[in-house]
Design a protein around this ligand. Structure first.
Ligand code: C2E
Ligand code: MG
Ligand code: MG
Length: 736
């Protein structure tokens, strides 16, 4: 076996071609050993078209078939016509072209006997390059013949290569376009380039985005890696010095061009948007004109693809990023949850964080400052939770996703412990949290819905605190939905009615008016408490028509009562925050007064302190308008809210109502009168009258009376009464 045969035996045919050294492969097929030897002797040291020749030897057509079935890229096949039999050579030619479909190898037929020359049509049909009798082939002639044939082979190959290259490039661009995002695209580029240049899939793709203002190679980040480099993914180039010689990469980045070395290839791409990309392959490529053209063509296509990818990334960014805060948005958050649900990631939790009173604050400080505030909150949240996903899922609601043990309510609370400095003003904020553990939920939307249920609950009961989700809550939500349906029905079927509780002047015991309270008699015969159904009516918006109806009914009643029992009686009607915030509120009140033909002076509206927390200017204006009509305004449940006392000074209200919980503490056995005292002092100092509600004992009435509380209502005097009962009660009270 010759040295060449040994080499051949070692080389696995399916392995990608080794690019070095470049040589032309020549197969000599001849049954005469000395022909082999003389050919190698004659040509062995020559270079043809810049490359050395490498010989393979077959001593029969059968042996030639074996070699050709394993290795096809021979430039030249020097073929003896007559071997085992007269046709052996021509049969082999037929086999090469027809069966093996080796079309680019050039065939030179040689024969010892001129008489065995093939027919002309055989020569043309099988693309036989030359036909020479062995005696004709002197060393010189053999060399010229071979050179001509190799030239022809190179041309055919170039054509073939560029045709195949084009196909590959077109296919590659098409496939690359379907890949979303740089990372996927980049690993696609490695695959496609390796296929195109017949190189092993072993390399890196580095990208420098425009944002990396740094002009050096340091801004390059590895975004895809294949083969032995796989572990380097997402590392910046600067950290690779120990793992890889980066000189070529640095050179490509600095010179902004391809660097083609014997053992390494760096292809440089850039796009108009400033993205730069370098593909690093751990092998040299053939620097023939054809291959260079291919690379150029490929580069142009890739550049176009990078442009597309940038667009796609931007679209992706718009779809998945919060544009104000540059953090993931709701969609992105949902995707992350879905991913973890599918992977059954253990012990993960999501936390929804709602900024308390953000809407009101935003109205007061303006949207621009509101945005700054959100940015600061987002910054602090991410700082405090560097390893968790932080997203904004709606206006003032943030969300965290991370391992249960790392997401403590205290940690989130700590984010709000220091005031926020916005445009020179300091704002103290708090946030309420709803939490849920990822478990067996079917989808991300379900998880988020559960967290929302918990958040809502927390907001109702403990603002600034947190609530974990329990499945029981769903039952409660269900029953709330059920209750709302029933309430709607009851309203439609006129099963709601108003009850009226008398209000007494404490100093004189004189009846001064009533408070209207809504009542709902359920199908079952029992009563549903307003504290149960009013909040549901509020959240569903049903309170608006319900409240209008209540106002009309109460005004009709007071008109009757004034006619019968005294023209100075008043009717206090409770107004929900939701109603009050309606732009049509005042015209609704006007219409109700007109409908009932009631005087504005007969009406008192009870609002709660939380109004003052809404846009203060608007509330002030509205209250002024109400005041101007002669309608009285009372602040209900005073002392239970958080309104600033300075607000109170500016609001033109008439009275404060001490909440029942404080009246309860005016108790013989356990006297605690600090709050009623304060409210009385405050109310009187502002020129307001003070009403105590929920008076049940004579002791309470006496204490309040001796402390100059103006008015009182409570079971001690009367429970809320139906319209009919009210008339009887008033009649008997007046006669007492
Ligand atoms: P509120 O306006 O503070 O009404 C006073 C509540 O205290 C009423 O409860 C009344 O029945 C109760 N009450 C009065 N005196 C006593 C007493 O001596 N002892 C005890 N234990 N309770 C007393 P009610 O009727 O259950 O109403 C609860 C809340 O529902 C009201 O608190 C008010 O905020 C709301 N509400 C009632 N009717 C309406 C309405 O028509 N519209 C609106 N928006 N809210 C209403
Ligand atoms: Mg009230
Ligand atoms: Mg009250």
């Amino acid at each position: 076996m010759t040295e060449d045969e040994l080499n051949f035996a070692e080389e696995s045919v399916s392995e990608p071609r080794k690019p070095k050294p470049r040589e032309w492969l020549v197969l000599i097929v001849d049954d005469e050993r000395d022909v082999h030897e003389s050919t190698v002797l004659a040509l062995g040291r020559e270079k043809v078209c810049g490359r050395e020749l490498r010989f393979f030897h077959a001593y029969s057509s059968t042996e030639a078939r074996e070699i050709l079935s394993a290795k096809r890229d021979f430039a030249i096949i020097l073929l003896d016509v007559v071997m085992e039999n007269e046709h052996a050579g021509l049969d082999l030619v037929k086999h090469i072209r027809d069966d093996l479909k080796i079309l680019d190898s050039r065939i030179i037929l040689r024969t010892g006997q001129p008489g065995y020359a093939p027919e002309l049509d055989t020569i043309t049909r099988y693309e036989i390059n030359d036909y020479k009798s062995k005696s004709e082939l002197t060393r010189n002639k053999l060399f010229t013949t071979l050179t001509a044939a190799i030239r022809s082979y190179a041309q055919v190959r170039a054509l073939e290569l560029s045709k195949r290259g084009l196909e590959t490039i077109i296919k590659a661009s098409k496939e690359l376009l379907y890949l979303r995002g740089y990372q996927e695209f980049a690993s696609g580029v490695i695959t496609q380039i390796a296929a195109l240049l017949h190189l092993p899939e072993e390399g890196l793709v580095l990208v420098k985005r425009l944002e990396a203002l740094d002009d050096s190679a340091a801004g390059l980040q590895i975004i895809a890696a294949a083969g032995r480099y796989s572990h380097l993914i997402m590392k910046p180039l600067s950290t690779l010095k120990d793992e890889l010689s980066i000189a070529a990469l640095e050179q490509a980045a600095e010179q902004k061009q391809n660097i083609l070395l014997d053992e390494e290839t760096c292809l440089y791409f850039d796009t108009p948007d400033g993205t730069e990309m370098i593909v690093y392959l751990a092998a040299g490529i053939e620097k023939s004109r054809e291959e260079m053209q291919l690379i150029e063509l490929f580069s142009t296509n890739i550049a176009a693809c990078i442009d597309n990818i940038t667009l796609l990334e931007q679209r992706h960014e718009y779809a998945y990023q919060d544009q104000l805060l540059g953090i993931p948005n709701r969609l992105s958050f949902l995707q992350a949850i879905d991913h973890h649900l599918q992977c059954h990631s253990p012990s993960l939790q999501i936390v929804l964080i709602d900024i308390d009173q953000f809407g009101a604050l935003n109205d007061t400080i303006g949207t621009e400052n509101g945005d700054l505030l959100l940015q600061e909150i987002s910054y602090r949240l991410r700082n405090k939770h560097p390893h968790q996903l932080v997203a904004r899922i709606s206006g003032d609601t943030f969300a965290l996703l991370g391992p249960c043990q790392t997401l403590s309510p205290e940690k989130v609370k700590a984010v709000f412990s220091k005031p926020f400095e916005i445009s020179g003003t300091s704002h103290t904020l708090s946030a309420t949290q709803g939490r849920v553990v990822l478990d067996n939920q079917k989808s991300a939307t379900e998880v988020l819905a559960q967290a929302n249920v918990a958040l809502k609950r927390a907001k109702q009961t403990l603002r600034g605190g947190f609530q974990d989700f329990h499945t029981d809550m769903l039952k409660e939500t269900e029953s709330r939905v059920h209750l709302l349906q029933n309430l709607r029905q009851a309203f439609d079927q006129e099963r709601l009615f108003m009850a009226y509780q008398p209000k007494i002047e404490l100093a004189t015991g004189k009846l001064i008016g009533f408070e209207a309270l809504m009542r709902w008699k359920a199908d079952t015969g029992g009563y549903v408490a307003p504290l149960e159904f009013i909040p549901i009516a509020e959240t569903s918006g049903l309170i608006v028509p319900l409240g209008e109806w209540a106002l009309r009914a109460s005004l009709v009643k007071i008109r009757q009562m004034r006619k019968r029992f005294g023209s100075d009686l008043t009717m206090a009607v409770n107004v929900s925050m939701v109603q009050f915030a309606q732009p049509e509120f005042l015209s609704m009140v006007d219409a109700a007064l007109a409908f009932a033909e009631a005087e504005p002076e007969s009406l008192e509206l009870e609002i709660t302190e939380s109004f003052a927390m809404h846009d203060f200017e608007t509330v002030c204006e509205l209250i002024n308008d109400i005041h101007a009509r002669g309608i009285r305004i009372a602040i209900d449940d005073f002392g239970t809210g958080f309104s600033s006392l300075s607000y109170l000074e500016k609001l033109r209200v008439h009275s404060l109502k001490i909440d029942k919980t404080f009246v309860d503490r005016i108790n013989e056995n356990d006297l605690d009168t600090r709050i009623p005292e304060t409210i009385l002092r405050l109310g009187h100092s502002l020129g307001l009258s003070v009403v105590a509600e929920g008076i049940e004992t004579q002791f309470q009435a006496d204490w309040l009376k001796s402390n100059q509380c103006d008015f009182g209502q409570g079971y001690l005097f009367a429970k809320p009464l139906s319209a009919v009962e009210l008339e009887q009660w008033t009649r008997s009270y007046a006669s007492d």
